[in-house]
Write a protein that binds this ligand. Structure first.
Ligand code: ATP
Ligand code: MG
Length: 347
């Protein structure tokens, strides 16, 4: 049953009072006119008193609750709301409003809690990633200082190892810098048109030493040779391709292949794919591989993995282009990463 508004409630309570008084006067023989007059005047008086009481003791308190939940100082518009609309609302509607507010706040609190967990995880991962190269550098320098510097057999090697770890630190900081900039949206995209197959070939070429080490063959898929022009930030798209192809090289099998392909989907978009026939990714990892620092057990145990930032950067870049990136993979069969780019200059 719907609850009544204060106005209806006051009328409903005032009517029987006026009616009973009117009836009593009629029964005691005071005539219809005076009993009607009493009925009307008593009903009006009772209405005013009841309405006043409800407003004073119930609606003022509800108004306070409203002010609190909306955390506002009443502006003119809100004053109107409190004066005209709120008194029309039934208690049921008020309770619905409060419930809605509670749900909203619960969602906000959930989000804050999630962010807090994310922040803690991020700091933990970050300090771990920083510690590894820093401790290595410290170890090599200490050993050199303790006398190894005079040992011509190891001194250069130790310095070289320390330098490699310094590079790792620099790469890590650069990656973090890139992610932060992409996340804050402070980096503008420098969009231009370019042939995507040429860029893929260029990246294959730049990573050819790594590919040769594992005798992995990199090529553009048959049937995808027709040049397709895409619009995007070329430097950043190169970074995406480097990250994807670098992964395919790291997690690909010896003597394997890496295929680059490009398809026009609907005349407006181009789908670009990088496929390998490597170890693949187990299904349980799939929902998380685009997260910062996330690596599968394979990447951890094989010691080929980096910091787990490559895919996160790729995703940020593609999303900055307002496009999407996705993955298809089967364990021990291979992995395909695909993303889309516009084939017409964006407005
Ligand atoms: N082509 C692939 N085949 C198999 N596993 C992959 C492939 N690409 C990514 N992965 C898995 O996803 C994880 C996340 O990849 P991502 O590129 O973000 O990190 P990474 O390669 O470990 O480090 P980084 O790219 O920072 O050097 C990898 O650690 C790996 O486990
Ligand atoms: Mg990577």
């Amino acid at each position: 049953m719907k609850n009544f508004s204060p106005h209806q409630l006051s009328i409903l309570a005032a009517l029987p009072i006026g009616f009973l008084a009117g009836m009593a006067v009629y029964i005691f023989g005071d005539g219809i006119i005076s009993s009607l007059a009493l009925f009307i005047s008593l009903t009006i008086v009772a209405y005013i008193i009841i309405r006043f009481t409800i407003d004073q003791f119930v609606y003022r308190k509800i108004k306070l609750i409203y002010k609190l939940i909306y955390q506002t100082k009443a502006s003119k518009k809100e004053e109107f709301y409190y004066k005209k609309i709120l008194p029309q609302k039934s208690i049921e509607e008020v309770s619905e409003d409060v419930e809605e507010w509670a749900v909203q706040h619960r969602e906000e609190i959930d989000l804050l809690r999630k962010n807090e967990i994310f922040r803690k995880e991020f700091l933990l991962n970050l300090s771990h990633e920083l510690k590894t190269p820093i401790f290595a550098i410290q170890g090599y320098i200490d050993t050199l200082l303790e006398g190894a510097i005079n040992n011509p057999e190891v001194n250069k090697k130790f310095l070289g190892n320390a330098s490699k770890n310094t590079d790792r630190l620099v790469n890590l900081v650069d990656d973090l810098d890139e992610i932060t900039k992409l996340e804050s949206g402070e980096q503008l995209l420098l969009t231009e048109g370019f042939v995507i197959q040429d860029l893929i070939k260029e990246v294959f070429e730049s990573l050819s030493i790594k590919a040769d080490e594992k005798t992995i063959r990199c090529y553009i898929k048959k049937g995808c040779e027709m040049p397709l022009t895409v619009y995007g930030d070329k430097k950043k798209i190169r970074q995406v391709l480097v990250n994807l192809i670098d992964n395919s090289l790291k997690y690909g099998k010896e003597n394997g292949t890496i295929e680059g392909s490009a398809y026009s989907i609907d005349g407006k978009n181009i789908l670009i794919e990088i496929s390998d026939n490597g170890y693949g990714i187990a299904e349980e990892h799939l929902p998380r591989i685009f997260e910062r620092f996330y690596r599968t057990d394979l990447a951890r145990t094989r010691k080929v993995g980096g910091s787990g930032l490559g895919l996160s950067i790729a995703k940020h870049i593609i999303e900055a282009h307002k496009e999407t990136i996705h993955v298809r993979t089967k364990k021990d069969v291979g992995t395909t990463f695909g993303f889309t780019l516009p084939s017409i200059r964006p407005a």
